[in-house]
Design a protein around this ligand. Structure first.
Ligand SMILES: Cc1ncc(COP(=O)(O)O)c(C=O)c1O
Length: 421
């Protein structure tokens, strides 16, 4: 599926709306999302998994905007959360707790208590220690707490090392050997009920084969659970379906389904998926305005008004996003250009050696595929307010779904302590 950000009549538009107009009306840096793209990608995943009982839990961390969550809830998805804060986000959108799966390698006791009290669908347990803490909490609860065990299957998903999570040495999940020691205790536990097993191999995975290998490990664990008298009904394959950041092709959801469905059927399991990036990544772009230009090392360098505080991925893990001029330009004029941000860090780059036309003050750039892990990873470093977010809906109407922060917003929490001191 191609990007919804396309050149029409010499300028980049989304859903027919010129990005230059959005920049003029809402300022920059600005996150722009195309809602129909999210809906189409959701449908594509649903089609791929067909009639097999499959629950798609949107991974809130990918983009946790409340309007987006509410819209997704209205489209029948469940939610994968990883903190008390994300539980609160789903609750604020009216999501019923029975649609929320609670993952995370380091949930605090307070967060586990919040999850139990809320009556979430299931809590994905990631260590023997966490199981013990949860058992203490569960013993005081009115009903058994539904848990799923996150197994670390020791599978290399072939993605960037910083976003691989299911290799044996990664910090996530329970090793199969630990799981085996835990099983007899769990089988007899009155307050914990194992309803599923979970894996999450990593993110931006563009080879479906590791899903099959990981799922084989998961289903072996499932068979052992059955032998111990447990009934793991849901097999959670995690998230991680990759997108084509280079504008080429990424495997369609059907390719992942081909790995997972036969195995799930054979085991007799319902499927759970925790997708983030695949659903929202290509639907968003970060719109930024060039502030200054200079040459460095014989190369063009532009300083944009967006930087690592707005889109951390390039600085954090060398992620490569396409950067395109909003005004269509002749590729014959393109030259390798570095695009940096305003932040006082040498790593504050949005892209290096990008083919871009000559740029100057006020020119607009669109950083594509920024709908996932863009705004949700944004920070206030250098006391920069975070960008506004707008979306374009199915009718081409534009709506602000998060207003631009002000400096007053940022100072408010600290001003409390100033006035107290
Ligand atoms: C446990 C878990 N599930 C799902 C996801 C979503 O991954 P993605 O956005 O790549 O689909 C993540 C991302 O880090 C995760 O940690």
């Amino acid at each position: 599926m191609t990007t919804p950000f396309r050149y029409e009549d010499g300028e980049m538009r989304v859903g027919g709306v010129p990005l230059a107009r959005l920049a003029a009306e809402h300022g920059t840096p600005l996150y722009v999302y195309h809602r129909p793209t999210i809906g189409a990608r959701l449908e594509e995943v649903r089609r791929a998994f067909g009639a097999h009982p499959t629950t798609i839990c949107y991974s809130v961390k990918a983009n946790s905007n409340l309007r987006l969550l509410k819209w997704l809830a209205g489209h029948g998805v469940g939610f994968d959360v990883v903190s008390g804060g994300e539980i609160a986000r789903t609750a604020a959108c009216g999501v019923t707790p029975d649609r929320v799966v609670f993952a995370g390698v380091g949930k605090t006791r307070a967060e586990l208590e919040a999850g139990v009290e809320a009556g979430l669908w299931m809590i994905n347990v990631e260590s023997v220690d966490e199981a013990l803490v949860l058992a203490e909490i569960a013993e005081r609860a009115d009903a058994p707490v539904r848990i799923s065990l996150r197994i670390n299957p020791d599978v290399d998903p072939g993605t960037h090392r910083h976003i691989a999570t299911g290799r044996g040495a990664d910090k996530f999940g329970i090793a199969p050997s630990e799981y085996r020691t835990l099983l007899p205790w769990l089988a007899g536990h009155p307050a914990l009920r194992v309803v599923g097993l979970h894996m999450h191999l990593g993110s931006q995975i563009t080879d479906p084969a590791p899903y099959g290998r990981g799922f084989d490990v998961l289903l072996d664990c499932g068979r052992e659970a059955r032998a111990a008298g447990l009934e793991p009904r849901w097999m959670n394959a995690g998230g991680g379906f990759g997108i084509a950041y280079d504008g080429g092709d990424a495997p369609p959801p059907a390719a992942y389904a081909a790995e997972l469905l036969p195995r799930a059927r054979e085991f007799g399991a319902e499927l759970l998926l925790e997708l983030g990036r695949y659903l929202v990544g290509p639907a968003g772009c970060l719109l930024t305005e060039v502030q200054y230009r200079k040459t460095r090392g014989g190369r063009e360098l532009v300083i944009a008004d967006a930087g690592m505080t707005d889109l951390l991925r390039p600085a954090l893990y060398e992620a490569v996003h396409r950067i395109l001029p909003v005004l269509e330009a002749d590729p014959a004029d393109f030259r390798p250009t570095d695009v940096a941000g305003p932040i006082c860090e040498s790593t504050d780059f949005l892209g290096r050696e990008r083919p871009l036309p000559p740029l100057g003050r006020g020119d607009l750039l669109a950083i594509l595929d920024a709908g996932a892990y863009g705004m949700s990873m944004a920070s206030h470093y250098n006391t920069h307010p975070r960008p506004a977010e707008v979306w374009v809906d199915e009718a081409g109407a534009v709506e602000v779904i998060r207003r631009r922060e002000t400096i007053a917003d940022l100072l408010a929490v600290e001003l409390e302590s100033l006035s107290a001191g």
